[in-house]
Design a protein around this ligand. Structure first.
Ligand code: HEC
Length: 261
């Protein structure tokens, strides 16, 4: 019945080979009201049919952690952890190596001024490579916190050579890389724990190198003034002066009294 009616309407509206309707639905004419009713109800049926399609995507056959499931013999949706595996972010083996902290007697975490493995020249080279890749964009290659990103307006990254950072234990650098610090993102996903420690050791080496005194250098080594080198290379005298933060850099803020740091 329905099919016959629809066919009748379409033959009334279209002749074979026609691309435009013969009867305008908007202009009143014979049978127009009937056609309008039929088109409206056909549209309604199409909508009802199409909305039915949505249910498949809405009710996905997925597991909810604390809801039962008829798929498994134990009737649980949450599966037991396979033996000898560790869920991501839940490794609790050597906690100092992985977090840079040890539990203190007072219950708070402590940051010892120590490395979990000996620092060799090879470790420092690896640390230098990783520092120049991951940290220098913000902290600069010498660690003064005025890297390229800061030149383009980012908040000045901490000056790793200032008194605050010099006084920090070496594991503090590892901790900051692992968990991030204020505007600084964490690097645990990009840099493996061994390499984070290598970078921490390299930050210490940078601090020593940037605060080196003439007496630290063996007698046999010739030490030259940076200003002389700048002059010889045709650089402006300011090239040998300490850098200052560019005016477009977001200024560092002073945390409120008693705010967590
Ligand atoms: C995207 C820019 C950026 C990168 C890349 C970056 N830092 Fe930072 N870092 C910052 C900023 C900004 C601060 C200061 C955060 C503040 O004081 O709000 C900071 C602070 C620090 C501090 C001081 C933490 C403290 O307790 O005072 C250390 C140490 C540090 N960064 C080490 C690193 C090391 C190591 C790397 C490389 C793995 C690195 N940062 C990469 C932006 C960066």
């Amino acid at each position: 019945m329905m099919r016959k009616q629809l066919l009748a309407i379409s033959s009334q509206l279209f002749a074979p080979g026609d691309w435009v309707p013969r009867v305008s639905i908007l202009s009143p004419g014979k049978g127009t009201r009937f056609t309008c009713h039929m088109l409206a109800s056909a549209g309604f049926f199409a909508l009802a049919l199409l909305s039915g399609c949505r249910a498949d995507m809405q009710n996905q056959p997925k597991m909810y952690p604390n809801r039962g499931s008829s798929i498994f013999a134990d009737q649980r949706g949450a599966r037991p952890q396979p033996a000898n595996t560790v869920a991501r972010g839940q490794l609790r083996g050597d906690s100092f190596f992985l977090t840079g902290t040890v539990p203190g007697a007072d219950g708070y975490r402590q940051e010892p001024n120590a490395m979990p493995f000996p620092v060799t020249m090879e470790v420092l080279r690896r640390g230098q490579e990783q520092f120049n890749l991951y940290c220098a964009p913000c902290h600069s290659r010498v660690g003064n916190g005025l890297g390229e990103i800061v030149q383009r307006g980012f908040k000045p990254a901490a000056n790793l050579l200032d008194q605050v950072r010099l006084a920090q234990p070496v594991s503090r650098y590892f901790y900051v890389m692992t968990y991030g610090y204020n505007a600084m993102p964490e690097y645990a996903t990009q840099i493996a724990p061994e390499d984070r420690w290598a970078v921490a050791a390299y930050v210490r080496a940078l601090q020593l190198s940037q605060a080196a005194k003439l007496s630290d250098v063996p007698k046999s080594v010739t030490v030259r003034d940076l200003k002389d080198i700048a002059r010889e290379e045709g650089l402006p005298a300011s090239a040998a002066e300490p850098w200052t933060a560019p005016t477009n850099a977001v200024k560092s803020y002073q945390p409120a009294e008693g705010a967590p740091r």
